[in-house]
Design a protein around this ligand. Structure first.
Ligand SMILES: [Zn+2]
Length: 344
């Protein structure tokens, strides 16, 4: 649930950013004093996070606080249009529950897995959403609402949120690296999100790290996510141990110093370090924020990657940050409270 809440906020932030970048007033969400006069503005926005197994929907206020949220399962056996109809219905239900009208909503921000075309508002061929190929999700949702709808790659959204409210506040050159089922990244350079031609920049999971490790689903050999994602850790450890293991089970064995697992995990840390070195050399980063579903191991990955980075990356000095630990340290159990301090 924490991840879903977090990502809902992420997408709203992207919405803010787009208003600013497009020259529209960012103050359309929240209140603003302009020329000594208080301008009436739309105080809420909607965030939708579309994933392969679930869709998280949230209503967010101008401070980034979640006014209402829900999670619905992603049904991949129905048409994408039907799934969007369900999302639209849940948005209305949430607004109704909080007594908020669509007139008070500045827009809807959608985060989705790539590859996608952010400008055209469509998903291209998301691996975990087979019925969404070449589907214009923005157009479909616009048909059901009168507010602006925007689409962006989910890792890009996460990078913007880290910059706004997370561990990359004040950073002008950083990468949010997500290590989960796959590996992806959001890249911010010179304070700007690097989104690329169609919004797919940051697909770092398909940087080749070790071609000797076999063929990735994309067709190349030895991609970053093929050798170092949560899926890769589980697959490689299962082969070594001769039994099917989850990533969590693999790390439990690692903590028990299982002799067949320890070298495998250390090799994984080295691979992650190699990936980070490539990114540091390419972008001259001040920070890498590591997040993603392999949550219980993020701090290990941070320290492991840093050890590998030291001898190679030039000129060095890039900071690593584990998203969850710092956030939880600052906010305690009330994870939502961290957004209260955010400034638009
Ligand atoms: Zn690949």
């Amino acid at each position: 649930m924490f991840n879903a809440m977090y990502r809902i906020n992420v997408h709203i932030f992207y919405l803010y950013q787009r208003f600013r970048l497009s020259g529209r007033e960012i103050s359309r969400i929240g209140t603003l004093v302009q020329g000594g006069m208080e301008v009436k503005v739309k105080p809420f926005a909607v965030g939708v996070d579309i994933g392969g197994t679930k869709v998280a929907i949230g209503i967010i206020d101008a401070k980034g606080c979640v006014a209402a949220s829900t999670i619905i399962p992603t049904n991949v056996s129905i048409l994408a249009t039907e799934m969007v109809a369900q999302i639209a219905e849940h948005i209305l239900r949430l607004l109704d529950k909080k007594g908020i009208t669509m007139e008070q909503v500045a827009g809807i921000g959608i985060g989705a897995p790539g590859p996608l075309d952010a400008k055209q508002g469509k998903l291209i061929c998301p691996v975990n959403l087979p019925s969404w190929d070449d589907f214009c999700v923005v157009e479909e949702l616009k048909r059901k609402n009168s507010v602006p709808v925007l689409l962006q790659n989910d890792a890009n959204c996460a990078a913007l949120a880290e910059n706004w409210a997370g561990n990359a506040q004040g950073c002008e050159h950083f990468i949010y690296l997500t290590i989960s089922t796959g590996i992806g990244a959001g890249v911010v350079i010179d304070k700007k999100l690097v989104s690329g031609y169609r919004g797919n920049a940051g697909e770092v999971g398909h940087i080749v790290i070790d071609p000797a490790q076999g063929r990735c689903a994309c067709g190349q050999k030895g991609c970053f996510e093929w050798v170092a994602s949560g899926t890769a850790i589980a697959r490689r450890a299962s082969e070594v141990m001769g039994t099917k293991l989850t990533t969590k089970e693999v790390f439990a064995l690692y903590r028990k110093n299982e002799p067949r697992i320890v070298p495998l995990i250390e090799e994984t840390f080295t691979y992650i370090g190699m990936g980070c070195v490539a990114l540091i050399n390419l972008f001259d980063l001040e920070r890498i924020v590591i997040g993603g579903g392999v949550a219980e191991v993020r701090s290990s990955i941070c320290s492991g990657s840093k050890v590998c980075e030291k001898p190679y990356a030039k000129p060095g000095g890039t900071q690593y940050s584990d998203r969850s630990s710092a956030v939880e340290k600052r906010c305690g159990n009330d994870r939502r409270s961290r957004f209260d301090t955010c400034k638009l």
